[in-house]
Write a protein that binds this ligand. Sequence first.
Ligand code: SF4
Length: 372
Amino acid sequence: METFKKIELLSQAARYDVCLSSCLDGGRRPDPKDPLYRWIYPAVLPNGKTVPILKILMDNSCPNSCVYCLHRRGGDCPTISFRPEELASVFMGLVRSNFVHGLFLSSGLGSGVKEMMERMIKTSELIRERYKFPGYIHLKVLPGADYSYVERATELANRVSINLEAPNKERLKKIAPQKDFDQLLTPMGWIRSLISQRKTKARSQTTQFVVGASDESDREILQTTAWLYKHFRLGRAYFSAFQPIPNTPLEDHPPTPLIREHRLYQADWLLRQYGFRLSEIVFGPDGNLSQRYDPKMTWALTHPERFPIEVNTASYEELLRVPGIGPISAKRIITARGRHRFHTLDELRRTRVVLKRAVRFILINGRWMLSE
Ligand code: SF4
């Protein structure tokens, strides 16, 4: 098969792996009508910069039978595969033409975990050592990979990931019968130790959940996510709203609304950036986040005893709890307070507070400004 046809097919196949959700971070998804963006994705790097990356599978065949996956055993996809030299050379051609600045490499389990990990590692070695590519590489660690492959992956890649797909053992069994939740955690533990010893190029690991495929709740997903942040040095979690794929066992399962995915990202952001504890995230009786209000607004509306706060005297932490005030605007308010008191909404607007959201929760110089 002609190489660019392979790129197109294996790249489209990789879109179901949402460590592409880097695309979501910037609020952008690849435009399926744009032939280029069928295989190039915007990725947010660990340093916050967004760059175009080639996101691709080494091989799209798999002996497993995960019920949501197009490449499951017995699926009707023709098998396509890259050799390491071929993929490394194609990737470098795209880098030289300035189409991509990084690589996200994953794979089906093809002819076995060992062989597929070897091919992925070999590809990365060629890119790093023969072609001297210094840029971003994200390597997926396949379930069941030996320690030596995991160790080498962390030496070559800027980021490594293992997809948990579901938040616990029981949920995972429902959608991925050959995967064992505890066995997926083992290499995550290795990665945590390797990163802690600072012997690695990789500075963080990530994981992904397929949201809605196992009928799990948001609470289950966020419980596991918070636990991973605490115990596995997880850089971040990605949430991919399940979308049914024709000719898979879940083809009639309802798709997960994108707003659910969005709310999970917002709650995750509260855990990582706003100092919220999991116990402070508000879930409905069904264990899910509100789809009507974002998680910070939901928390504020259910804690009337904490508001209003006076912007001229509130601590940084108190300001951060106000919907419409983020870390940047909270810092700006505190800096500005060193020069003057706030008296008007206009003065506060200059700190980039989203007044529409914040105004009901604050006092400015003792006055509640909701009617102004
Ligand atoms: S392990 Fe599961 S999700 Fe991954 S390629 Fe195989 S069938 Fe698909």
